[in-house]
Ligand binder design. Structure first.
Ligand code: ARG
Length: 254
């Protein structure tokens, strides 16, 4: 009996090992052969990616379009929650993750990142007249964040009470409807979404500074190297800065 169980366990382990080995990111040749780069995105993050009708538009779309043109492939965008995008890329369900993704050391253990192209920050958004004036005032307070983001992780690490929402708009709504005391979100998205006018303000003191990059599954090393060459050139020749300017934003190089 013991032998049978041991045999079954061993078989199971081998099957599992093979199943996870199967999930590998595409190589440069495989992407060129497919003729397209399949990109996962959470288009609730202006000015980087948002919806205009059914179309995903924004700074990252413009950058990726230039990269794909240079690679000679089409850009195929698939919409999903931020969290599902990260997991999907890791499992190589999609070729690339494009969602204002912060390249963190933790994430780097699970996926590949291009060279960072922008220095962003997490900010604190509160209702006008709130007595929260800075980071220190958040102690003991409840904050809203988008699920699986660096704001989610960071606020939990700081010991704050966190309400996480899959959709960014819901994280904002939690603040406007008074469910939480503050909303922690990336700076440029905060500016855009606060401008919608719901009596919210962004505090001067930032939570963190963090670099954005595009994410890929392990196995896509040569693809990432090729994209890095293109991206570095787009940064060096001022193209990326000009794209930010088109959206009325100042560019901060990481
Ligand atoms: N930069 C943050 C992170 O990587 C938030 C990104 C949220 N992106 C989005 N498309 N909703 O965790």
């Amino acid at each position: 009996m013991k032998k049978i169980i041991a045999f079954m366990l061993a078989t199971l382990m081998i099957v599992c090992a093979f199943a996870s080995c199967g999930a590998k990111g595409k190589t440069l040749d495989q992407v060129k052969e497919a003729g397209k780069l399949v990109i996962a995105t959470s288009p609730d993050f202006p000015p980087f990616e948002s919806l205009e009708g059914n179309k995903v538009v924004g700074i990252e779309v413009d950058i990726m379009e230039l990269i794909c043109a240079e690679l000679g492939v089409e850009l195929e965008i698939i919409q999903m929650d931020f969290d599902s995008g990260l997991t999907g890329v890791q499992l190589a369900k999609y070729d690339c993750g494009m969602s204002g993704i912060t390249a963190t050391p933790d994430r780097m253990e699970n996926m590949l990142f291009t060279t960072p192209y922008y220095k962003a920050a997490q900010v604190i958004v509160v209702k006008e007249g709130s007595n929260i004036k800075g980071k220190a005032d958040l102690t003991g307070k409840k904050v809203s964040v988008q699920t699986g983001t660096t704001a989610d992780e960071g606020c939990r690490e700081e010991g704050l009470t966190v309400d996480a929402y899959t959709a960014n708009a819901d994280a904002k709504a939690a603040l406007t409807t008074g469910k939480v005391d503050a909303w922690i979100v990336d700076n440029l998205t905060a500016i855009q979404m606060v401008e919608e006018g719901d009596g919210l303000v962004i505090l001067d003191e930032k939570m963190t500074e963090e670099p954005y990059a595009f994410a890929f599954a392990f196995g896509s090393e040569d693809l990432v190297a090729e994209i890095d060459k293109i991206l570095k050139e787009l940064i060096a020749d001022g193209t990326v800065e000009a794209i930010f300017a088109e959206y009325g934003e100042t560019y901060f190089k990481p």
